[in-house]
Design a protein. Structure first.
Length: 396
């Protein structure tokens, strides 16, 4: 099978970029011929606001390049990830006149929400969900606090929905909770499959069970401290954890960067180590060493990569009781859930869990076992291939 993979990379590399790269690697390892078509949102940096806005709505260049690549490679499926704003909705029309189905992964809520998060002023917001025109997003300037920019995003989301209704054979939601939100927004339920992102297996050394070390090998250091991995932006909720840790002698390592970095560091209690953006190998090392991952997001989240990666590493998670986190974790078994934004509840939960290292270790082992049984790459690749085959069948 040959798959044309379409994705516009973000200016600051994030979870979607990581997910697409991991998906391509896993598919190729399974013998799938993947033809990448990458855009780059940085191409809009030097354009005027009007030119960038017009490009985001419709790119003739994208359409011509994709048509040429399709004629040259004859893919069986075109799989679309992100098209905003570097590629535009014109990508949907590149397969017209050919029996090449389009599959689209829904990484965020951009089809219905100007900021793609279903979040406003730190709280869940679904006012635009299901609206023909997401005018509330324009009213509240939900995209970069700009009414004009929000209007362009709203117009693009409308074009995407209209073209997607005609061209997309199968949508992929990353979790069941996200699927339900997309259905509420108006996408056809019968065309939305659920398949999480592919998380590479870090290997058995990630297991928190230290009792099976080979005779004579050096003993692994016990897991210690808290770890946060993610973008330093308001929706990720790190300020809640920092507030919870004031007055506590608990080490926290923060791996990530973002627009809130300076403000969060200024409000940081002692014993917090700020690493900035770090490569995947370093993230893996940190996840093998930490006792608990904290994931305090205020957003619904589609399928948080940091949480899934922690499970693969046998690292238990304390996460917000919201959205996909409720689906991914079994409270008391593979992790724990806490109300988002409630610093007192987070403080109490952290204090309680760090006093129970045996329970943390057991939860880590259970999380690793769940990953191997349900989320391992081979299983996810097969599910993706099944979705492709269904789309191909619908096209023929």
């Amino acid at each position: 099978m040959r798959v044309l993979m379409v994705h516009s990379r973000y200016r600051q590399r994030g979870g979607e970029d990581v997910a697409v790269d991991a998906e391509i690697a896993a598919l190729r390892a399974a013998g799938v011929d993947v033809v990448p078509f990458f855009g780059d949102n940085n191409i809009l940096t030097d354009k005027s606001a009007i030119a960038a806005g017009l490009h985001a709505l419709w790119s003739t260049q994208t359409l011509q390049q994709l048509r040429h690549l399709i004629a040259e490679t004859a893919p069986d499926v075109m799989h679309v990830h992100n098209t905003f704003p570097g590629l535009s909705a014109s990508a949907y029309t590149a397969t017209q006149g050919r029996r090449i189905p389009i599959v689209q992964t829904l990484h965020n809520f951009r089809l219905f929400c100007s900021n793609a998060l279903l979040l406003r002023e730190g709280e869940p917001c679904t006012r635009c969900l299901g609206a023909a025109l997401p005018w509330r997003g324009i009213q509240f300037a939900c995209y970069r606090e700009s009414h004009a920019a929000s209007a362009i995003v709203a117009a693009q989301s409308m074009i995407h929905r209209l073209l997607g209704a005609r061209q997309v054979a199968r949508y992929i939601a990353l979790s069941q909770s996200s699927r339900e939100l997309f259905i509420a927004g108006g996408l056809p339920a019968e065309r939305i499959a659920v398949k999480p992102n592919i998380i590479p297996d870090p290997g058995p050394d990630s297991s928190p069970d230290r009792s099976n070390a080979a005779a004579g090998s050096p003993a692994a250091a016990p897991r210690q401290g808290l770890l946060f991995v993610g973008r330093l932006s308001p929706e990720k909720g790190l300020d809640t954890v920092l507030a919870a840790l004031h007055g506590m002698d608990v080490p926290l390592t923060v791996a990530g960067d973002g627009p809130q970095a300076a403000a969060l560091q200024a409000a940081s209690p002692p014993h917090v180590r700020w690493l900035g953006a770090v490569p995947p190998a370093e993230i893996s090392r940190l996840m093998r060493q930490a006792a608990l991952l904290v994931f305090p997001s205020r957003a619904f989240e589609n399928y948080p990569m940091a949480l899934a990666e922690a499970m693969a590493h046998g690292l238990p998670v304390l996460a917000s009781d919201r959205g996909a986190m409720r689906e991914m974790l079994q409270p008391g078994h593979t992790g724990w859930l806490v109300p988002p934004g409630d610093a007192v509840a987070w403080r109490d939960a952290i204090t309680d869990l760090l006093r129970r290292p045996q329970d943390l270790a057991a939860a880590g082992q259970a999380a690793r076992a769940h990953y191997l049984a349900h989320l391992a790459p081979a299983r996810m690749v097969q599910r993706q291939l099944d979705i492709y085959q269904t789309a191909i069948g619908a096209a023929t």
